[in-house]
Design a protein around this ligand. Structure first.
Ligand SMILES: *[C@@H]1O[C@H](CO)[C@@H](O)[C@H](O)[C@H]1NC(C)=O
Ligand SMILES: *[C@@H]1O[C@H](CO)[C@@H](O)[C@H](O)[C@H]1NC(C)=O
Ligand SMILES: *[C@@H]1O[C@H](CO)[C@@H](O)[C@H](O)[C@H]1NC(C)=O
Ligand SMILES: *[C@@H]1O[C@H](CO)[C@@H](O)[C@H](O)[C@H]1NC(C)=O
Length: 351
C-alpha cells in the first residue's frame, strides 16, 4: 500500500471508492456518458496481471460474492482500523465447479475467503447472496436447501425448511425475502425465516436469476433473452442482440438502483427494470472474459479468471504502474467518476 493512504482518512476512502467505481462502474456498472465519441474499453488478458491475484483455486470459479452489508462495511468498526487492514478483512465468498465430459457441472464447494485464507463451508454450495442493508446476513443455495453464514464459527448453518436442489439464490436488499432457482428451473420466493416457499408462476424456465437493489428480479430462459419481473409483471428487455450464443447476469454494483449488468457474448450491457438496455462501453476479448464477477462494492472489486480471483483497487491502479491502459481510461472518464463519487459518499453515509 502506498504511504499516501492515510489511516482513517475519509477523503482517501472516497478516492478509493471513486477509483473502484471507475474500474467496474465502467467495467460492469454504470454506462459512461452519452457522448458520441465516448471510448469503448476493451478487456484483454493484460487486464489480469499476476500482481492482482488474490487467491489461486484448484477448479474453475463460477460464482463470487462480496457482501456490501455490515459484514464487510460496518461504519462503527471501520474507524478502529486502517483502510489497509479493513481491505484484507473483507469477506469474499466463492464457488468452485468443474464441467465433466457430459457437460454437466460437478460441485467443488462453496468457500469463504477470510484474511487470505479459504475455508470450505459447503461441499455442494452453488451460489451466495447477501442483504444490502446493515445486517450481516449471507445466504447460500445448496444441493439440499438454504444455509446462512455463521460468522462466529466461520461456518454455514442450515436455514429454514427448504430442501430443494438450488442452483442460484438472490436476496432482497432488506427484509427476509430470498429467491431461489431450483435445478429444474423453477423460481420460488422464501420468507418467514426460510419456512414459507411460494412458486413464482410467471417466471418460466429460468437459467439464472439476479435481484437489483429495488427488488426487481431479472432472468433469462432458453432464448437467452433477458426479462425483468417487477411490480408491473414480466417485461422483456428491449434492445439486446437477438441470437447470442452466451449470456450471463451479474450481481449489480450498488450504484445501480434499478438495473443489473448483463453480458451478451462479449459485450457488457446494463439492463433496467423499465425494460430498456444500454451498452456499458465495455467489451471483452473472447479469451479475456471473467468466469465470475463481484462488482458490488464501490470500494474494491473482484473478478475470477482462469481459476484465480483478482482484486482491483483502483487507487492502487491509479497510483501504480501496472495497468497504464486502464489508468488512462479512468482519467478520461473523470467527469463520470466525479458524479459517481457523490453517490458513493451518500451510500457510505447511509451504510
Ligand atoms: C452503530 O452504532 C450506533 C450507535 O452506537 C448504533 O445505533 C448502530 O446500530 C450501529 N450500527 C451498526 C451497523 O452496528
Ligand atoms: C459453533 O459451532 C458449534 C458446533 O458446531 C455449535 O455448538 C455452536 O453453537 C456454534 N457457535 C455459534 C456461536 O453459533
Ligand atoms: C411470493 O410470491 C407469491 C406469488 O407471486 C406472492 O403472492 C407473495 O406475495 C410473495 N411473497 C413475498 C414475501 O414476497
Ligand atoms: C429506464 O430506466 C433508466 C434507469 O433508471 C433510465 O435512465 C431511463 O431513462 C429509463 N427509460 C425509460 C424509457 O423510461
Amino acid at each position: 500500500m502506498p504511504t499516501i493512504l492515510c489511516k482513517n482518512d475519509i477523503t482517501m476512502k472516497i478516492i478509493t471508492s471513486i477509483t473502484v467505481l471507475s474500474l467496474i462502474g465502467f467495467v460492469l456498472g454504470a454506462p459512461t456518458s452519452n457522448d458520441e465519441d465516448d471510448e469503448k474499453f476493451l478487456i484483454t488478458k493484460s487486464m489480469f496481471p499476476k500482481e492482482f491475484i488474490k487467491y489461486k483455486a484448484e477448479h474453475e470459479i463460477v460464482n463470487l460474492l462480496l457482501p456490501i452489508n455490515s459484514l464487510n462495511f460496518d461504519e462503527n468498526e471501520s474507524s478502529e482500523s486502517s483502510s489497509e487492514e479493513s481491505e484484507s478483512e473483507l469477506l469474499l465468498f466463492f464457488v468452485e465447479a468443474d464441467v465433466d465430459s457430459n457437460g454437466d457441472r460437478v460441485d467443488q464447494g462453496l468457500y469463504v475467503l477470510k484474511e487470505d485464507k479459504a475455508t470450505k463451508l459447503l461441499d455442494h454450495g452453488r451460489d451466495a447472496a447477501a442483504s444490502g442493508d446493515d445486517s450481516k446476513l449471507v445466504f447460500f443455495g445448496a444441493k439440499d436447501g438454504i444455509y446462512v453464514y455463521n460468522k462466529d464459527n466461520n461456518s454455514a448453518d442450515k436455514y429454514g425448511t427448504v430442501d430443494d436442489s438450488i442452483i442460484a439464490i438472490a436476496k432482497e436488499k432488506t427484509g427476509d425475502v430470498i429467491y431461489i432457482l431450483t435445478e429444474n428451473h423453477e423460481v420460488f420466493n422464501v420468507s418467514n425465516g426460510g419456512t414459507t416457499k411460494e412458486k413464482l408462476d410467471d417466471v418460466v424456465n429460468a437459467k439464472e436469476i439476479v435481484v437489483d437493489y429495488s427488488n426487481n428480479l431479472y432472468f433469462y430462459s432458453d432464448d437467452k433473452q433477458a426479462y425483468v419481473r417487477s411490480a408491473d409483471g414480466i417485461k422483456k428487455i428491449e434492445g439486446l442482440p437477438e441470437n447470442p450464443s452466451s449470456v450471463k447476469l451479474i450481481k449489480p454494483p450498488f450504484i445501480l438502483e434499478d438495473g443489473v449488468p448483463f453480458i451478451v457474448d462479449n459485450v457488457a450491457y446494463i439492463i433496467y427494470a423499465n425494460g430498456t438496455s444500454e451498452h456499458s462501453g465495455i467489451e471483452f476479448k473472447p479469451k479475456a472474459k471473467p468466469s465470475a464477477y463481484a462488482p458490488e462494492a464501490a470500494m474494491i472489486q473482484y473478478y475470477a479468471y482462469d481459476k484465480n480471483i483478482y482484486e482491483y483497487n483502483v487507487l492502487t491502479i491509479i497510483l501504480g504502474t501496472i495497468l497504464d491502459e486502464l489508468k488512462n481510461y479512468l482519467n478520461k472518464n473523470s467527469e463520470d467518476i466525479q458524479s459517481l463519487s457523490t453517490k458513493s459518499r451518500k451510500y457510505r453515509q447511509r451504510a
